[in-house]
Design a protein around this ligand. Structure first.
Ligand code: ATP
Length: 510
């Protein structure tokens, strides 16, 4: 097992052991790609959602939020293209019976070639002083050869997808000699399209007309409410509608813990703009969203843009913000310039006008849309896996510590009496009461103080406040900082301000 696989396993077991994430219905052996958030997980998830909501809705005068229902009229999904086109190409290996996404097999093959390029660049960087990586990529024969291979595969793959030529997709897999990771064979079935929407019946009449879907994205709830919000909120273009909520996809290959789930949560914002200005806004949101991620303090080199080579039927520009998860760079957020596709399609299917009267131009038009769409669970995984660190201390012991941004920490402060007697518990509870209106705090009197610190480190609590005998005489406590483990004696009166300053979301916006 590689170090990264080991680390990823460590993240998963830490998440379970400390009450962040449990497999769904675990007593029945779980349900594939469905997870429950535990007592600390739900707090971290809420904090991530709040950070998104505050930055999108609270900090933008021209963005408002809604909460649309999960069930929608089935024609919504006909209009959006999901009934006909929301599918992934799947392929099975006949020997292992393992199912794969054909596009993912090809993308992973390309990633391997990219890995070879990176190795060449690294080797050369070690050899030459004043090394210019960009220049090396443009001139080195071996790198150019690898790059040509990638370009050729991409071009062939793009053409196959555009023509919906599934036989060609299979042929690419055969020509690239891609093998099944389990059987090691190239004994592949044909490639088929598989629709990812879950459906169920509305009411008691089980006929075709009563089939409804669990929404596969939250965006459509925003599009169908475009006019309701615009009129009642007297919104002027450009403006945005934001929403967070559950989405459901019957993913073919659901692995990698909460990265790819069948039930997950999205945080989406549709920004309605004047036609012709969409690409300027697209660039604006691309930059703004990356800055939002980076403000959380995770290493900047863990993020990169990935521009789409094949644009979805509704888009005229699209990119992903990718994050370096424990298993490599993968999509964290999508930013899409969706043109007027959705509103026009809903106009056509509903027969209702979905237009905006622009008082400056004195005319009506169907606005264009730039969308930002981030998975809350993927944010959670990115945050948890980056924050979890194992440190060796001076005395040779180790500690697992979650170095979360304090604004995201599930518990902001743990209040601990040094001993369970002499009135220290009462004093500790009194302090707890002054803090818990504003912050989620924890009272802990069990085990040695060292063990209590370790428990709080493991869930990312930024402050441990210890009440000792001196507290009773001078109203001071020790406050221990999670990352530095430094302890400081401060007046109880200063605690509310100290904690508030550290955990406020405000710091993320300045
Ligand atoms: P992928 O290519 O990884 O399947 P996607 O391009 O289909 O993702 P979008 O439709 O753009 O994803 O959805 C927007 C966001 O929703 C993604 O960036 C991701 O963070 C999140 N998301 C999508 N599918 C899942 C899933 N199955 N589990 C968890 N999060 C998801």
């Amino acid at each position: 097992m590689t170090q990264t696989e080991d680390f990823f396993k460590h993240v998963i077991s830490h998440a379970k052991e400390y009450g962040f994430i449990f497999p769904s219905s675990e007593i029945y052996d779980g349900l594939s790609a469905v997870y429950d958030y535990g007592q600390y997980g739900v707090l971290l998830k809420n904090n991530l959602r709040n950070y998104w909501w505050q930055s999108m809705v609270q900090m933008h005068e021209n963005i408002v939020g809604i909460d649309a229902a999960i069930f929608m009229h089935p024609t919504t999904w006909k209009a959006s293209g999901h009934v006909d086109a929301f599918s992934d190409p799947l392929i099975d290996n006949k020997d292992s019976k393992k199912r794969y996404r054909a596009d993912v097999l090809i993308e992973e093959h390309i990633a391997k070639i990219e890995g070879k390029i990176e190795k060449e660049v690294e080797k050369a960087a070690k050899r030459f002083e004043n090394f210019d990586a960009a220049m090396f990529r443009n001139t080195n024969a071996r790198v150019l050869e690898y790059q040509q291979k990638i370009d050729a595969i991409n071009a062939r793959f793009k053409a196959a997808l555009e023509n919906n030529n599934l036989a060609e997709v299979k042929q690419i897999i055969l020509d690239l000699e891609i093998v099944c990771a389990i059987s090691g064979s190239r004994n592949w079935t044909d490639v088929r399209q598989f629709n990812l929407m879950f459906h169920t019946q509305l009411g008691s009449v089980a006929d075709e007309a009563s089939t409804i879907y669990l929404r596969p994205e939250t965006a459509q709830g925003i599009f169908v409410n475009f006019l309701n919000v615009q009129k009642t909120g007297r919104m002027k273009i450009p403006f945005g509608i934001a929403q967070t909520g559950k989405a459901f996809r019957n993913e073919i290959v659901a692995r990698q813990f909460i990265f790819r789930m069948r039930e997950f949560e999205q945080m989406e914002m549709q920004f309605f703009v004047k036609p012709g200005t969409e690409l300027t806004w697209y660039e604006y949101w691309k930059e703004t969203r990356l800055a939002w991620h980076k403000a959380l303090g995770m290493p900047p080199q863990k993020y990169r843009y990935h521009d789409h080579i094949k644009l979805a039927h509704y888009a005229n520009a699209a990119c992903d913000i990718e994050f370096e998860f424990p298993f490599g760079f993968k999509e964290l957020e999508g930013i899409h310039s969706r043109t007027d596709f959705d509103l026009k399609a809903h106009e056509q299917y509903s027969g209702k006008k979905l237009q905006y009267f622009d008082p400056e131009l004195n005319e009506s038009y169907v606005p264009y849309v730039v969308e930002t769409s981030v998975g809350l669970d993927r944010m959670f995984l990115a945050t948890l896996s980056t924050a979890l660190q194992t440190e060796t201390l001076d005395d040779g012991t180790t500690r697992d510590v979650l170095k979360l941004h304090p604004a995201l920490a599930p518990v902001k402060a743990a209040i601990m009496p040094l001993v369970k007697k002499d009135g220290l518990p009462d004093k500790a509870r009194e302090i707890m009461r002054t803090l818990q209106f504003d912050h989620y705090c924890q009272y802990d009197e069990k085990d040695s103080i060292g063990k209590r610190y370790r428990r709080q480190d493991a869930i990312g609590t930024p402050f441990c406040i210890t009440v000792d005998h001196q507290t009773l005489t001078d109203n001071t406590v020790t406050i221990r900082h999670r990352d530095s483990m430094q302890q400081q004696r401060i007046a109880i009166a200063k605690l509310p301000q100290t904690v508030m300053e550290a955990v406020s979301f405000k710091k993320l916006f300045v």
